[in-house]
Design a protein around this ligand. Structure first.
Ligand code: SF4
Length: 209
């Protein structure tokens, strides 16, 4: 990638992240999110890893480094980037449910204490619903359009189904399959907690270099 392209990518990603930070499409999620999750890694990636949303796995720096190293070694790649289909992780919280009239007021402080009871957030991460995925998916599609990776790993069938529908694949996806579109190869893999070297070995023969 030329320096000019890289600088353009950086500018476009910063602009997109600014819009994500200001996004208010899902008011109920914003109450318990300090800031939306952003992509991380090389801005001229060979591969993008797409997670459904931030999870305990992705927040664990040792596990994410181990996963990245496994993929780098198996696929013989250097430049990786990871990102999310949904930027604001939904949480179940009985305290907040009793304050449902507060619109998109944010209840978390910088230390992740809940302003409603001045204690550490006790919300339990849950999966995003389809409406939240559809609201957030355009950011991911924009990110892919900016970074144009050669390879993508979509972690979990749900991520595979939503992302690939955006690229015109309307049949249910299959784990361990590769779907090609516009110079990109989308690999559908198990969710990150279950992903193993064996999954790379199944995908590798299908990859076109
Ligand atoms: S989940 Fe995505 S679409 Fe919904 S408020 Fe957060 S950034 Fe916006």
């Amino acid at each position: 990638m030329t320096t000019g392209n890289r600088e353009t990518n950086i500018r476009r990603v910063i602009d997109m992240e600014d819009r994500i930070s200001r996004c208010r499409r899902c008011p109920s999620l914003l109450q318990c999110v300090r800031k939306p999750s952003m992509g991380k890694g090389e801005l001229d990636p060979e591969m993008i890893m797409v997670f459904e949303s931030e999870s305990a796995f992705v927040r664990d720096i040792d596990r994410i480094i181990k996963l990245r190293n496994l993929i780098k070694n198996e696929f013989k790649l250097q430049r990786l980037y990871h990102t999310f289909m949904v930027r604001c992780q939904p949480k179940a919280c009985t305290i907040r449910q009793n304050f449902s009239d507060y619109g998109d007021t944010r209840f978390l402080d910088k230390e992740h204490n809940c302003l409603l009871n001045n204690q550490k957030c006790q919300g339990i991460p849950i999966r995003s619903n389809n409406e939240e995925i559809l609201a957030c998916l355009p950011f991911l599609i924009e990110e892919l359009e900016i970074l144009k990776p050669h390879y993508l790993i979509l972690f979990g069938e749900r991520v595979g189904n939503f992302v690939l529908k955006s690229f015109g694949y309307f049949e249910p996806v299959k784990l361990g399959q590769i779907y090609k579109n516009d110079g990109m190869q989308f690999m559908v893999a198990p969710v990150e907690e279950d992903f193993q070297a064996d999954d790379c070995h199944k995908l590798l023969p299908l990859v076109v270099s």
